[in-house]
Write a protein of this length. Structure first.
Length: 71
């Protein structure tokens, strides 16, 4: 699972879809800006997030996915 840092610099109290900020993936260089909730969702839902979703779908089909037992 990927970790993200989301910085929100501006929002409108009466319009929660109106956000302005930056997203960074932890451990990677670079940032992506967003100007509304839909753009933020697209950034968070892209690349690695899609791979995690595919793992969950495979897991529901009965394949065992994981790192092993916890200690």
């Amino acid at each position: 699972m990927e970790d993200f840092i989301v910085r929100i610099y501006r929002f409108e109290k009466d319009n929660p879809k109106s956000l302005v900020g930056l997203v960074e993936k932890v451990g990677r260089s670079g940032r992506k800006g967003f100007t509304n909730l839909d753009e933020l969702w697209e950034i968070l839902n892209s690349s690695m997030a899609v791979k995690v979703h595919r793992r969950v779908q495979k897991n529901r089909k009965g394949e065992k996915i994981g790192k092993g037992p916890r200690r």
